[in-house]
Write a protein that binds this ligand. Structure first.
Ligand code: PEP
Ligand code: MN
Length: 346
């Protein structure tokens, strides 16, 4: 059972809920996010049902759901959610194209990639400043310098930025720059990171762990939600299978399955799943027709010189074809392109 408190609730009202639950022999765990306070109850549900928690001051909602991912479940919230990233929606009525370089390398490269992204219809810029590389000898990213470059390019282009955070220690710093924080496939079950991001009010893109089941993925999202941040976009980026022709296997079925189980938006990453430029277009088409709420793709002005993932970066004719496919399939699916709804300062 979960008690969601009203925004701006008084501490005494939260305390009263905890006391009533404990007096009835239950345990109550309080999670304080920036935007809301959530009290998770452990104990006898039948007893809790007699406590009239819903009628207590400051209580917004009491939910009795059976799944392990209560707050992100569709049982809890039957309408599919829209997450706004600096005014750009990601949700059921739109298709959001996010594009940019795998890694931020230089100001010139990042701006050039952002211009390519924008020309292709993207309304959000991706780019890694902290790179989770399999080899410790590979380019690890520019760190905070990369974040500053992204912020400058946002200033120049108006594109909100999504960038990865690798560690709980970096969350406060990355949150200063990012419009959406990315949790990569290797960190999907880094619970300290999930909780730290859950305590901010910055939207988050949670990639599916390459070895994770859908249930595990949704429980990871629940860790973020439980700390009060429900601005979560899920990203299917391929899972490990026995197949070696592709880097990973994009699990198209995850899109409708997750949309049935959870109210959170789901996008796909056809670049990191296939790991090959020639697969980005067919995988994007498949994902959009399966109902994805958006796609995130790598672009690079000089893929042959890219410090990371050049083999999958789009340029030229391939990017033009992707742009056309996204436009056509957005209409085909009865959606509209995700345009920024307001301009905010900075
Ligand atoms: C990325 O998007 O830059 C990335 C590293 O992706 P993934 O975590 O899916 O490998
Ligand atoms: Mn990459």
């Amino acid at each position: 059972m979960v008690v969601v408190m009203q925004p701006g609730v008084e501490a005494t009202d939260v305390e009263a809920v905890v006391e009533r639950v404990e007096a009835a022999g239950g345990q109550a765990f309080v999670s304080r996010g920036v935007s809301r306070v959530i009290v998770g109850l452990v104990g006898d549900v039948e007893t809790f049902a007699t406590l009239d928690l819903a009628g207590m001051p400051g209580v917004a909602q009491v939910t009795r759901v059976s799944t392990e991912f209560k707050l992100v479940s569709r049982e809890q919230h039957p309408d599919r959610s829209v997450v706004h990233v600096r005014g750009v929606p990601v949700g059921p009525d739109t298709v959001t194209l996010i594009a940019g370089p795998c890694a931020v390398e230089t100001p010139e490269q990042t701006l050039a990639a952002a211009r390519m992204a924008q020309a292709a219809g993207a309304t959000m810029l991706r780019g890694g400043a902290f790179k989770p590389r399999t080899s410790p000898y590979a380019f690890q990213g520019l760190g905070e310098l990369g974040l500053r470059i992204l912020a400058d390019v946002r200033e120049e282009t108006g594109l909100p930025i999504v960038t990865e955070v690798l560690s709980a220690h970096d969350v406060a710093m990355v949150a200063e720059y990012a419009d959406m924080m990315q949790i990569g496939t290797r960190n999907m079950q880094n619970f300290a990171l999930l909780q730290a991001i859950g305590e901010t009010n910055v939207p988050v893109m949670l990639k599916r762990g390459m070895n994770a089941t859908i249930q595990e993925w949704l429980m990871a999202a629940e860790y973020i939600a439980q700390r009060g941040n429900l601005e979560i976009v899920l990203c299917e980026r391929g899972i490990r299978t026995f197949e070696t022709e592709t880097r990973n296997t994009l699990d198209i079925s995850a899109v409708p399955v997750v949309q049935r189980l959870s109210h959170l938006p789901v996008i796909i990453d056809p670049s990191h799943s296939g790991g090959r430029r020639d697969l980005v277009l067919p995988l994007s088409r498949a994902g959009l027709v399966a109902g994805a709420d958006g796609i995130i793709v790598d672009v690079h002005p000089q893929p042959e010189l890219a410090l990371c993932d050049g083999a999958q970066a789009l340029i030229g004719k391939d990017l033009d074809e992707l742009a056309t496919a996204v436009t056509d399939l957005t209409t085909y699916m009865g959606r509209s392109p995700a345009r920024r709804r307001y301009r905010s300062a900075g």
